[in-house]
Design a protein around this ligand. Structure first.
Ligand code: GRF
Length: 214
């Protein structure tokens, strides 16, 4: 069974969606640890409630970025983690971790990459006047939201949308495609060829993976 570790810095609603997908049997995986850089993250409460071990690992305890991420990598290795899931982890992950988990770290971003990378993807879409936005699950490389794209879901952007209203609409899709991406990974259906991710799926799955505008 696939062994996951979730890295989160805040609210943890995506973490919760993954917990729920496992509980319902949709996802056959095990979460061995929540790792957070923020002792006040609400994600910690969620982990407690579900009996998931939490490790608070703060960068200030380390002399530099390399030693911080080497430490996280060694913790993850010692727990036999097969997939590292960044669910609202508000840092650009360092090389020391990426090189230990090549194409085994995924992130969710609240915009249709490569548009609107970085912070406040939803506000960027509203301010830009985009008519469609959405969310992206992608592998993590050393750039900011630049790794190979696994799944995206699109939502409309309305004239009267605010950052909050668009964020809510996008979040509903995040909670759908993040567990789906993990499921596909756990079933060995994801292959990375350079920048491209190929998903092995039946024709009937196409609408689940690429649904119409929601
Ligand atoms: C989400 O919008 C996600 O796309 C972004 O950070 C937010 C995390 O939300 N990376 P939550 O902590 O999962 O509720």
């Amino acid at each position: 069974m696939l062994t996951l570790s979730v890295l989160a810095s805040g609210r943890g609603s995506n973490f919760q969606a993954i917990i729920d997908s496992i509980a319902s049997g949709y996802l056959k995986a095990r979460i061995v640890a929540l790792i957070t850089d923020n002792p006040k993250a609400y994600a910690i409460e969620r982990a407690k409630k579900h009996g998931i071990e939490t490790l608070i690992i703060e960068p200030k305890e380390f002399s530099n970025k390399d030693s911080y991420y080497s430490h996280i990598a060694s913790v993850l290795k010692s727990k036999g983690v097969g997939l590292v899931v960044l669910a609202g982890f508000m840092r650009v992950v360092g090389r020391a971790l990426i090189k230990e988990f090549p194409n085994k770290i995924i992130n969710i971003h609240p915009a249709l990459l490569p548009s609107f990378p970085g912070l406040h993807g939803q506000k960027q879409a509203v301010d830009y006047g985009a008519k469609i936005s959405g969310c992206t699950v992608h592998f993590v490389d050393e750039g900011v939201d630049t790794g190979p794209i696994i799944i995206q879901a699109a939502v409309p952007v309305y004239d009267d949308d605010t950052e909050d209203s668009l964020s809510e609409r996008i979040l509903r899709q995040e909670h759908r495609i993040f567990p789906l991406a993990i499921k596909l990974f756990s079933e060995g259906k994801i292959t990375v060829k350079g920048k491209k991710v190929i998903i092995k799926s039946k024709k009937e799955d196409a609408v689940i993976i690429n649904p119409p505008l929601l």
